[in-house]
Ligand binder design. Structure first.
Ligand code: IVH
Length: 666
């Protein structure tokens, strides 16, 4: 192939890939299966390898950068990246509208859009090519994070726009992706991110773009930066034109004719905020006309033509009375903040985890401190910081004791770990934790066995380990305090039912360190019964995709312990299934009932989480996707379903209610 031919082919491939990137990442409406897309990418990579002189910075192959940086270069913003004034009430919005009226002599129209809780970034394009991407920094100077921003597939590297264009927006991690990221961190024993915003900030600041590329970052644009001349007349026009250029612009938004419409709209979102896939902390109210925006101008801190209406705080101030220690099923000792109860977005919080000793030191949290606690979306509450200015001098620094608070045996902190552990497997807290874990809905699903009953059974010497659950007798249970004949019968029935559970459930229920639900499923695609696990070697386990050295080591160590083998024998003897079920066998062979069938879930599900629903589909060899295409087989739509449902109808894709979906599962 001549260089000329290669150039033509490369241009063609780049155009096709850009088109499909847009369909997938911006429009959420892919046209090609992933395998076909990968082929295009491979072909482009191959050609660029043969003709390296033809590689351009806007090639889709350049999204993942080269060597890690030592530090970021500093960028001075062409025009400052200001912040917004905040307000918290309808009255303040009315006052804002009146101020604008005083200058404009006319009542303006507004665009109201979500205030995304992410990080502001600036993207600079010249002759249609993304030249630079930067953080907001202090508003005047930021960091050049071009390499990291290039890895976001929803940022076009190339747009059909001549001249210079600067656009600004918010980089964020969608809530579900954030939860997934933290689950992975938890499974790897790494420190979790406190909230999606911190996760996004940490990801943008990674000096290695290849690592940043692995983070589920996304962007929504909300403003124009420096532009050569007035290109568009209103903010709404900007949002629409940016979409046409291939960007993702902030949405949903509403054009409001007056401030009363604005107030109604912001109020309606206060209750619906969790239905958006990303965290928002309020709504931004912007005067739509650029002419009016110009007349009103800015202060050196913020524009006079826009204001942020902040939702009620999900942070609260309270007192940390004491730090106690909780011993988990694997012996990990977690410090817990005992708080003066405080009401925060829907519930009263009196305790929350402090994660580990290092975290307490890093945040300088002391007993007796006034502390700020936070609760975001589905994220569990946490202590954000201590308020040093409120200290009286009577606060007590935290020190980890040398012994387990429950069984008094020595505790250790293993190399490379943040956690202290009690190493006594017979520690009552560990025993209780293991049994509790075993009974969880996502484990053996022993309905009715809550923590209180488990403790009661341990205290009455009826349970020493989880295998003892299978030797419980109805007559003995009936005699226990607060347990009547009916409850006892229910407990026995739950135990009986659990005997038929899948091998993956059992494996997860055993409580092997680092083996989460997902890992347990991966493992059962490889092994047919529990006995095969007991003999598995480190090498063999590590050869399984998705099983790393830490997981492999935990499994081998678990099955080395005689007590664990004895418990498994007891389970087997009691009739608990220890083999792969028919369903699991089909899953591992990809021959389930939903083979080649793709599902998209949209709107709210009422009886299960989206993760659970997708899991059900995957269990039957189907696939679940985030966007509807002509090839989608089923769209399961719940309340609040929007554009995906519309698309399904447009494409003639079968739409199911949650109830119908559950029927299908049967
Ligand atoms: S407009 C002059 N629109 O909020 C500032 N900002 O507190 C123009 N933000 O730094 C910003 N969502 O990072 C605008 N829809 C939105 C936004 C938004 C989030 C952030 C932005 C800004 C901060 C100001």
């Amino acid at each position: 192939m001549t260089s000329e031919d290669a150039k033509k082919k490369i241009e063609k491939l780049k155009g096709e890939i850009r088109f499909h990137d847009r369909r997938y990442y911006v429009d959420a409406n892919p046209e090609l299966p992933d395998s076909e897309y990968d082929k295009l990418m491979k072909e482009l990579e191959g050609l660029e390898k043969l003709f390296p002189e033809l590689v351009t910075p806007d090639s889709p192959t350049q999204r993942v950068g080269g060597e890690p940086l030592k530090e970021f270069k500093t960028v001075t913003h062409k025009i400052p990246m200001l912040s917004l004034d905040n307000c918290y009430s309808a009255g303040e919005l009315i006052a804002f509208d009146e101020r604008a009226f005083k200058t404009l002599k006319e009542k303006p129209e507004y665009i109201v859009e979500p205030k995304i809780d992410g990080l502001a970034v600036c993207l600079f394009y010249e002759q249609g090519v993304l030249r630079q991407g930067s953080t907001r920094g202090d508003g005047i100077k930021g960091d050049d994070i071009s390499g990291n921003l290039r890895t976001l597939k929803s940022i076009p590297l190339n747009i059909s726009f001549t001249g210079k264009l600067e656009v600004r927006g918010e980089v964020y991690i969608p809530r579900e992706e954030f939860l997934k990221l933290n689950r992975e961190k938890e499974e790897k024993g790494e420190e979790e991110f406190a909230n999606p915003r911190n996760a996004a900030a940490g990801s943008l600041k990674l000096l290695d773009a290849r690592e940043a590329a692995k983070r589920p970052l996304d962007i929504l644009l909300h403003t124009l930066g420096a532009v050569q001349q007035d290109i568009w007349k209103t903010h709404e026009q900007t949002l629409l034109e940016l979409e046409k250029l291939g960007f993702k612009a902030v949405k949903p938004y509403k054009l409001c004719k007056n401030i009363l419409e604005v107030i109604n709209y912001v109020n309606s979102w206060e209750h619906k905020r969790d239905s958006l896939p990303y965290e928002i902390d309020g709504m931004v109210v912007k005067i739509n006309s650029y002419e009016y925006q110009k007349i009103l101008g800015t202060t050196n801190k913020s524009p006079r033509f826009a204001i942020a209406y902040k939702f009620k705080a999900r942070q609260a101030l309270t007192k940390l009375k004491k730090i106690t220690l909780q011993v988990g099923r694997t012996g990990i000792i977690t410090p817990v903040a005992e708080l003066e109860p405080v009401f925060l977005s829907g519930s009263t919080i009196s305790r929350c985890t402090l994660h580990n000793e290092d975290e307490i030191k890093r945040k300088d949290i002391r007993e007796g401190d006034a502390v700020v606690i936070e609760k975001g979306g589905e994220v569990i509450p946490k202590v954000v910081s201590s308020v040093v200015s409120k200290r009286t001098g009577r606060e007590k620094e935290f020190r980890m004791p040398g012994t387990c608070p429950v069984c008094s045996s020595q505790i250790v902190r293993l190399d490379g770990e943040v956690a202290w552990r009690c190493q006594n497997v017979a520690c009552p807290a560990q025993v209780e934790g293991r049994i509790e874990h075993f009974t969880l809905r996502c484990a053996m699903n022993l309905d009715g066995f809550g923590p209180a009953i488990i403790r009661q059974l341990i205290e009455n010497k009826m349970l020493k380990d989880y295998a003892d659950l299978y030797t419980l007798k109805k007559e003995e249970l009936e005699k226990l305090e607060r347990l009547g004949e009916k409850s006892a019968a229910n407990l026995i029935a739950a135990v009986e039912n659990s005997k038929k559970n899948t091998l993956a459930r059992l494996l997860f229920a055993l409580g092997i360190s680092d083996v989460g639900e997902h890992t347990a499923e991966i493992l059962t695609t490889k092994y047919e019964n529990i006995e095969q696990f007991t003999g598995a070697s480190m090498e063999e386990l590590q050869a399984i995709k998705g099983v790393g050295p830490k997981v492999a080591e935990s499994i081998v160590n678990f099955f080395k312990q005689k007590g664990n083998i004895a418990a498994i024998k007891k389970l087997k003897k009691a009739g608990v299934n220890t083999d792969r079920t028919e369903e699991e066998r089909m899953l591992s062979s990809g021959e389930g009932r939903f083979k080649n069938k793709s599902f998209v879930f949209t709107g709210e599900l009422e009886t299960m989480t989206r993760d659970e629903a997708e899991f059900e589909v995957k269990k039957m060899s189907g696939s679940a996707s985030g966007s509807v295409s002509r090839k989608t087989d089923y769209v399961v739509a719940g309340p609040g379903a929007g554009s995906k449902l519309k698309k399904a109808k447009e494409f003639g894709v079968k739409v199911l209610t949650e109830k119908e979906f559950k029927e299908l599962l049967k």
